[in-house]
Every structure is written in C-alpha cells, then in structure tokens.
Design a protein around this ligand. Sequence first.
Ligand code: PMP
Length: 390
Amino acid sequence: MSVYLDYQAAKPVDEKVIEAMMPYFNKDFANPASLHGHGDIATEILKQSRKKVADFINAPNAEDILFTSGATESNNMALIGSALKNKRKGDHIIISEIEHISILNIGKYLEQQGFRVNRVPVDQYGIIKLEKLKKLITDETTLISVSTASNEVGSMQPIEEIAQIANEKKILFHTDAVASEAVIPMDVQKIPFDLVTLSSNDIYGPRGVGALYLKKGVRVNPILIGGGQEKGMRSGSENLTGIVGFAKAAEIMKSVINEEASRLKKLRNKLISGVLEAIPKSHLNGHPEKRLPNNAHFRFDYIEGESLILSLRDVNVSGATGSACSSKTLEASHTLLAMGLLHEEAHGSLLFSLGRYSKESDIDRVIEVLPGVVKRLRKLSPLTPPDFLK
Ligand code: PMP
C-alpha cells in the first residue's frame, strides 16, 4: 500500500483540470497577442480564465489578476516590484521570520540592493507577534509581507489584524496565500489585501503557473521585461494551457473548499491523536487549533526527521521533513528555530500534509507503521537515553 501525505510540496492535477486543458495544447493553441481569429479565441479563453481566478478570491475585477509562472515569481513581483516602485517613499520592508524560503531569500536580495528588511518574530506556536510588528513600522516602511499560514507548521497568521495595521498606516500588505489556498477560502473584499500570491498546483492545477492579485490602484514595477504582455506588467507569451488549467482548478476549488477542508480536518485530527497516543515523547509542532486543517507536524525526541523519512520510504509512506518544498536541505528548519526549538528538536520533525485524495486508510496505515519505525530508529540513535529503551 502506498501512502502520499506530502500535499504541501506537490499536488496531483485534478482529472477534470486535465480534461479542460486538453484542447489548448493543439486545438485552440493560438497566441492571445495574435490579431487573427484563432488569436481571438485564445484572447477570449484568457479573459474567462482571469475571471475564474478573480472569482476564486472574490476579486472585484478580473483585471486585478496577473498571471505568472508560479508563486515564486508572484512573490518576486510583489516584493521586488513594490520595493522598486516605492523607493522614493521609503526603503523599509517588513516580512516575518517564518516566511517561505522564496520570500526570505527575496528579503536577503533586497538587503543587498540597499533596502532595509526586518523580520517579525513568532511565538512558540509559529504565530507572529503583532506588538513586535507594530514596533517595527517606521515612516519609511512601504510593504508588509506575511503569509496567510506557515507552509511548514500550518499556524494561521492574524492576517486580518495585520491588514488593518498596514491599512491604517497606508503601507502595502502582501500575503503569500499558497499554504492555505486549498483549505481556507480567501475573500479580498473582506480583508483589505493589496497583493496576494496564488499558485495553481496548490489547488490541484498544473505546476508552472500562478497569479498575483493586485488591488485596483496598487502599482508595482514589472520584473520581467519584454513583449509587454499582461498590460506590460509581466512580459512573456501567456501560458494559455496552464492558465486554463489553473482557472478550472480555481472553479472546482471554490465549490468544494469548505466541504473538503472539514473532511481533511477530521482525518488530520485522527492522525494527530493516533500518533501522539501511540508514540511516547512525540509532540505536535505549531498551534493546536489555529492551524491549517490539512497539516499535522510532529516532533519525536531522540531521532532525526531525515532518517524517519528514509525509513518511511521503505514502507511506501511519503511525508516531509523541515519545509515541505525544500526538504532535501539538511539544515534545521528556520521556522522551527524561530519558534524557539533547539536544533536537535527541529531535526526530529515530520510533516504530513493531507489533500483531496487522502483517505482514512492512509491515516490508518501511518498509525500502524509509524510507531514501529520510531521505536527502531530510537534504538539505533545515540541520543536515546538507555533508560528510555527499557
Ligand atoms: N510559497 C509557498 C507558501 C509555498 O509553499 C511554495 C512552494 N509550494 C512557494 C511559495 C513557491 O512555489 P513555486 O515553487 O511553485 O514557485
């Protein structure tokens, strides 16, 4: 039996999405920029797709959506684009300590370019400290970027409060919504975001396509220069097939998100209680309640997450260690360290993320095999106190 519980790193493309994409590979494949009738068909489908993605987050205008090559590019555009656009107003940007690596590295890049970047600390649950955030704001702050939720420990951030703080101070607020896209509905008319990063694959669309929502009136500098597509904001021929898939995925997700999230939450709760009950000295990382409904992030004393993943491979169970997207790095997770965990604690962590095709039998299988795997690794680990093994 094979169990895949690494949905935070990659999701399969929904069959209905694949079906919707098929005609755009070789039938209606024209370039929307072309002036002929075939180009008109492509232009129309691009327009409809933009509207579907806008509807997914309740954006008032389809034109508020810019298509990109994925979340990394959207994050680059949001942070670098707005830093450059607002350079004369100020040179200060605030992110959090637990952002996705794409944002953390953009922060470093902006520092190299002469901008000042502060990182708001988090509490033991991985939730950002609002009071600290307020204290970091200066007259030169032009952008605050905090994700809707941690892509690692799943802690949901107080984004409504952050949006309010940013709004009052007339600072742009960007959120990377990728970690929560498939489980928490987003409404940009309810919460005043200025910029939102979205990814297609994270809602069961194809990889290599994403979007940046830009509230009407918000301006950023383009970072891809060329033929002037996407109103000059993002050059490069539109990935029409991918965009059609993204739009179909958004349409499906909008109609099932609440139902899917509550199903996953039940499974996830079963997984958490099953693992914590069956394995001594096991802990849940992140907030017990304010967490994504599909996220179960554990820590096991005396062993390393990497050896756990490798042992789970042998029984065909796929989870992740550290950050779901870059778990091949052997560095301790920056998120867990920011939460105050020691290096050895951070290394003993394991993330299971659930998704559309997760079944109860997957959870049962993990609860069946994991205790034995942990026990065996603890026997081999020099960190395990001899008394514990008795
Ligand atoms: N932001 C978050 C929260 C992510 O989890 C990821 C990875 N899935 C990204 C950004 C980057 O996405 P991509 O690699 O598709 O550009």
